[in-house]
Write a protein that binds this ligand. Structure first.
Ligand code: ZN
Length: 270
């Protein structure tokens, strides 16, 4: 297979390329051919180099704060060279606030300075294989740990006015679960039914409260595979059986800024 060719470029005036060189090396370590343009390139020079070098991706790095004008100019310069099919990704010192603006201007993806270099390499590979990650469809449910379902029901039924859909025991997690639907999502109250239930441990450590957020996805196996390659910390590698024959898996809270995320893929209706 032909290796992926990447042009790494630093538009504008800032004179530091350590970050760009680290990324270039990381991409080479992942088997890509990397061309580095050097410092202080104009958007037009970058676009021409991309065409001449016949690259698959252009990676821009900016530390100067000028990314909001320079990155879109590179996208425009590529279009002027009839090369708008070459995706542009960017990184460096870029505030999160600027990401939606840059993506609207045609930058395919922005990596903020905390992004692991491996994640950038994996992203580029996926993009070339057209395996871009599909957005989660909705918040399937929010799981809330309670000491007792009966104790919590009056608040949910009377104060909030929700309708109790069902109560079910999930033997594998040693919990009793009460389901309330709220629009397209649900609230699930989780009551431990044994002292070795994870919910019992959670409550004795942190008290009652939000335990996890479940996102519905339609690519759980592929996603877990990608997370494994990216080194994202998972609670278990493969999916396991959840309620209603769904497949579920948890991302470790350490990988998710303190939140326990469940991924769930509902059973395919045939
Ligand atoms: Zn759940």
């Amino acid at each position: 297979m032909k290796p992926i060719r990447v042009l790494i470029a630093k538009p504008g005036l800032d004179g530091h390329d350590r970050g760009a060189l680290i990324i270039a090396q990381a991409l080479r370590d992942h088997g890509m051919e990397v061309i580095y343009t050097g410092l202080r390139q104009s958007p037009v020079q970058i676009a021409r180099a991309a065409v001449q070098e016949d690259v698959d991706v252009v990676g821009l790095s900016s530390l100067s704060g000028a990314h909001k004008s320079l990155f879109p100019k590179v996208v425009e310069a590529l279009a002027a060279e009839q090369a708008s099919d070459i995706p542009v990704i960017g990184g460096g010192v870029i505030p999160a606030e600027d990401i939606p603006f840059l993506e609207k201007k045609g930058v395919t993806k922005i990596f903020t300075s905390g992004s692991p270099t491996d994640a950038i390499a994996v992203y580029i590979k996926q993009m070339m294989n057209l395996e871009t990650r599909v957005e989660p469809k909705r918040i399937a449910h929010i799981g809330i740990a309670v000491e007792s379902l009966e104790g919590a029901l009056p608040f949910y039924q009377n104060t909030l006015g929700l309708t109790l859909e069902a109560v079910e025991e999930v033997e594998s997690e040693k919990v009793r679960v009460a389901f309330f639907s709220v629009g397209d999502s649900r609230i699930e109250l989780l009551e431990p039914i044994s002292d070795d239930s994870p919910i019992h441990h959670f409550i004795s450590k942190k008290g009652q409260g939000i335990h996890h957020i479940a996102l519905e996805v339609d690519d759980i196996r592929q996603r877990l595979q990608q997370y494994k390659e990216e080194g994202v910390n998972l609670l278990h590698e493969g999916p396991k059986q959840g309620a209603h024959q769904s497949e579920i898996a948890f991302i470790h809270p350490k990988a998710a800024h303190g939140v326990l995320y469940e991924l769930c893929q509902p059973k395919q209706e045939d």
